[in-house]
Design a protein around this ligand. Sequence first.
Ligand code: HEC
Length: 457
Amino acid sequence: MGQLGSYFRERLGWESHLRPFLEKPLPGDLNWTFTLGSLGALLFLVQAVTGILLALYYNPSPEHAYQAIDYIMKEVTLGRVIRGLHHWGAAAMVICVSVHLVSNFFFGAYKPPRELIWVVGVGLFLLTLAFGFTGYLLPWDQKAYWATVVGTSVPEGVPLIGPFITHIMRGGEEVSGLTLTRFYAIHVLVLPGLTSLFILVHVYLVRVHDIAGHWDTERPGREKTKRFFPDHLFKSTVVFMAVFSMLLILAYFVEVPREDIAMTPDPAYLPRPEWYYLWLFELLTYFSGSTEMIGTLVIPLGGVLLLISLPFLSRLPLRSPADRPVVTAVTVTCLAAIVYLTLMGMEDSRSYSHMVPVPDRRLTSLKVWFEKDCAYCHHVLGKGGRREGPDLSNVIAKGRTREWLIRYIRDPMAVKSWTTMPKYDLTEVELNALAAFILTLDFDRYEPRIIYRKEIL
Ligand code: HEC
């Protein structure tokens, strides 16, 4: 036994390589937030294992994908739990990676000489989001399909290359079987490969430059009294076991949400993205027409570029948040905005449509507005509705004519192929009433007043 042990120790370079790697000394005061990195890597492993098991039964075609999920859920041993783990594990990974990113921001861990650790980390964050986006389509239900229709249509508004990007993402004009195979290949081949590579580089760089630890290098406890193995690995394992147990409980007891098979005709279907994309989705609704590009291109791309270039913009080696007030203030504001937008997006059940601001003048029929629940997506003067679609108080300023409005409301897709506004089954009378009502919303000339739903219906 001893001989066999020394055979392998020698062959594997235990003394020269493995042992120094495992027993690397670490500062004594590493707290639990510093386990997030290992947690992310371990959760990735969970996704890889459950993903492989799912891939054994999954079939990426519009004819079979939905049924394959049925089969996994009902027939495969433990299939339901494995799928649950993969589903809730994905959410856990997004949370873990995001919190890791944010906490390292506050600890100033991106400061020299750790710039590259940060850049690779941002890459891992984006890869995690890409996993979410591509994985979302695979169950091929209504939610999957529509979220992808909306998601892939986002770049379409970008001048010149926009439609081309959308075409590449979808593998054609529409979301179809070609989109599914494309997303599947990226989800199971490209992203896992890239992510593994990025994790290796990330860990290697952390080894070269050490864990950043607390920003105050003078404070007691910074001496290297701990070791990666067993101290830090133990802590990380405890955290991982706790998270994994929670995932198991979720997977076992909470059904993964599922809807009808994709492309079931339902004109009133409301596309919803996964919760961690909700803030972006919500953000898009603040911009339409000529400002649309701000929401679809400027803010997301600008945000990513800013994240990547952060270590090169904020170069002074001061790591405490108090020593970098500007960057800290900007980040806190962005985080608050993301939380706010997410909450706005989640407020599905918010009491919309109980009132509408109208101009103080004789009104054309308001009844259809309330009956058809247009306020589910439109507000007027920022009130009375949700922000899914544009504020209808500035339709006049946009120079829309009655004919245009009727044409648009009758079949929004015919006017803008990628719009999420549903097509309603409306009579000519209703169409005329809606167009006329929208055209009375002229707040440049009339003071607003509030009309309540119960006054009308
Ligand atoms: C599911 C959400 C949703 C519902 C419900 C909805 N809309 Fe829309 N609507 C939108 C979105 C999103 C847009 C913007 C699409 C775009 O950028 O072209 C839009 C655009 C419009 C526009 C064009 C505005 C302009 O000038 O560009 C009009 C008019 C309109 N909606 C009227 C209505 C009416 C009337 C109803 C009720 C019958 C209604 N909408 C219900 C989401 C919705």
